[in-house]
Design a protein around this ligand. Structure first.
Ligand code: OGA
Ligand code: MN
Length: 292
């Protein structure tokens, strides 16, 4: 980003256009390669909280520019599994089925279940910026679910019931379930496990920007409810998962190369569809904004 002049300040610092009923706005009118004004950063934070995901088309950014753009929204966080990072760029998490010299270039089968990134950390992520580098012509979409809507449409009785509860999130849950039979995702190493002990988070969180309540449990990493045996918690969690993935809460994005999506991990879940030919290259770069 260097010494490039900052984006011009204007009365309307960004332009947004809603792209779906449930989640999503496309952002125009900014140069992704130049520093943002503080008004633009603030407006983008607001637009993110209000729309759940922000789509930037034609984001032809180098890894350095991707990192520089992302850093304006908060501190970047490296993934617990270093093998998935872009060599020399720990801030970039590679999601890829591409192999080089027999070795995968990133995390394969990443996110092929509903989840919110890093909900298994003590301080979960604010948001992630995924940049599409290569995409099969058919398939490989990503879905996003609006967790404000999920919360708002629960009955008052359930809202009250879960309002005082916390859930247990654990990275190893994904390994025990979704990754269990995949040789490309061997069990977590003792070191990765030590860095991701089970954590507890309230089942309902108030978004710090919009002040709206969002449901905060996800099938990928939420494995129980604090103070309940599995026999009790599992049916409740399953009901909440089924409810929060109703079709009217979902936006399904068909990727074009150089699309970048900034999603809000505090109020949306996402799901990478595994409906494409795995011999065709699908290659993505993600930066992750730390939460507070
Ligand atoms: C992720 C993820 C989705 C995708 O990078 O966090 O879940 O569509 N990926 O690759
Ligand atoms: Mn993810």
């Amino acid at each position: 980003m260097g010494n490039a002049p900052a984006n011009e300040l204007s009365e309307k610092s960004i332009e947004t256009r809603r792209i779906a009923t449930a989640v999503g706005a496309e952002v125009k009118g900014i140069d992704l390669k130049r520093p943002l004004s503080s008004a633009q950063v603030e407006d983008l934070h607001r637009a993110l909280g209000e729309n759940g995901i922000l789509l930037f088309r034609n984001a032809e950014l180098t890894p350095e520019q991707h990192v520089a753009f992302s850093s304006q929204f908060g501190e970047l966080e490296a993934h617990v599994i270093g093998d998935f990072a872009l060599p020399g760029r720990p801030e970039i998490f590679v999601v890829s089925n591409v192999k080089e010299d027999g070795k995968l270039k990133g995390a394969v089968y990443a996110g092929q279940y509903w989840h919110s990134d890093l909900s298994y950390m003590k301080t979960p992520s604010l948001g992630s910026l995924l940049l599409c580098r290569e995409m099969p012509e058919i398939g490989g979409d990503t879905m996003f679910a609006n967790m404000y809507m999920a919360y708002d449409t629960l009955s008052e009785t359930i809202k009250q019931f879960i309002g005082g509860l916390s859930a247990v999130h654990d990275y190893s849950h994904a390994y025990d379930t979704y990754f269990a039979h995949l040789k490309e995702r061997p069990p977590l190493t003792a070191e990765a496990r030590a860095r991701t002990p089970p954590v507890e988070h309230p089942m309902v969180r108030v978004h710090p920007v919009t002040r709206r309540r969002a449901l905060y449990v996800n099938p990928g990493f939420t494995k129980g409810i604090v103070g309940m045996p599995k026999e009790e918690s599992q049916p409740i969690l399953e009901m909440l998962f089924r409810h929060s993935t109703r079709q009217e809460f979902i936006y399904r994005h068909k990727w074009q190369v150089n699309d970048m999506i900034f999603w809000d991990n505090r109020c949306v879940m996402h799901y990478a569809l595994a409906d494409y030919d795995f011999s065709v290259r699908r290659h993505m770069h993600r930066t992750t904004i730390a939460g507070k």
